[in-house]
Design a protein around this ligand. Structure first.
Ligand code: DGL
Length: 269
């Protein structure tokens, strides 16, 4: 048993998809969340910049007493994690492996769509990971650069979201995929519109949730799940104003996080 917290980070709100799943499947765990709202989006930045950000985010999380880190960001998992894995003291996972494994397990026709940020899709890491696990799978990838700004500004449903979802997803839908990896953790916040457009027969894979399930498996294996029977606590940190994050985060998590969000200067780490 290990009552230390789990550290989770993303460029902004997206990693809350992972937090939500952690709260559901490991309700006693304590969580330290960092949303890099001052530097969002990551998806349009260079690999070098993402690596610098990820190092700082991990340095910040490691100032707390944490036992495990989840990089709840497809872009950071693709661009940075493979390059800096060895230098990280805390046990860490990203979203790629668990997400690809889940997609391969559920696809029936072997056709998987992958949507993500420009950085993630350009890195080819989802494709590479899927091919390594099952080379017979057909993969159709497309970047959806406007999804993150939509989510960060609260446009997760309605006409604006619908039009942009259709614009980006039409080519993937045409390929007849039966499984769609939402390879950016922001995208499950657009789930309703994505599912409506793709149709109920297409399985959507939530990369944040997949990482939470993988984290639980690691903690179980290490015997380091939290031993407390009390509900876990969550503290949230952001690198810009707390207001929008509190509001949209509370709506998404379906719980009031006002008062538990704090602003930090990430450049100090
Ligand atoms: N949510 C992140 C991801 O999974 C980052 C999106 C962004 O900041 O561009 O890729």
């Amino acid at each position: 048993m290990d009552n230390r917290a789990i550290g989770i980070f993303d460029s902004g709100l997206g990693g809350l998809t992972c937090v939500k799943k952690v709260m559901e499947i490991m309700p006693n765990e304590n969580i330290i969340y960092f949303g890099d709202t001052g530097r969002v989006p990551y998806g349009t930045k260079s690999k070098e910049t993402i690596i610098k950000y990820v190092r700082q985010n991990i340095n910040f999380l490691e100032t707390f007493d944490i036992k495990f880190i989840i990089i709840a960001c497809g872009t950071a998992s693709s661009a940075a994690l493979p390059n800096i894995q060895d230098e990280i003291k805390t046990e860490v996972i990203g979203v790629l492996e668990p997400t690809c494994r889940e997609a391969i397990a559920v696809t029936k026709n072997g056709k998987i769509g992958v949507i993500g940020t420009q950085g993630t899709i350009n890195s080819g890491k989802y494709l590479e990971t899927i091919n390594r696990i099952n080379p017979d799978t057909e993969v159709y990838s497309t970047a959806c650069p406007m999804f993150v700004p939509l989510v960060e500004n609260g446009y997760t449903e309605g006409e604006v979201a619908r039009i942009i979802v259709e614009e980006y997803l039409a080519p993937v839908k045409e390929k007849g995929v039966d499984t769609l990896i939402m390879g950016c953790t922001h995208y499950p916040l657009l789930r309703k519109e994505i599912q409506k457009f793709m149709g109920d027969d297409v399985r959507l894979i939530d990369s944040g949730a997949a990482a939470a399930v993988e984290a639980k498996a690691h903690l179980l294996k290490n015997g380091s799940l939290c031993g407390s029977e009390n509900a876990g606590t969550a503290k949230y940190y952001v690198s810009d104003t707390v207001v929008g994050f509190e509001e949209l985060g509370s709506a998404f998590l379906d719980k009031h996080i006002e008062g538990s969000v704090h602003k930090i200067d990430i450049e100090k780490y």
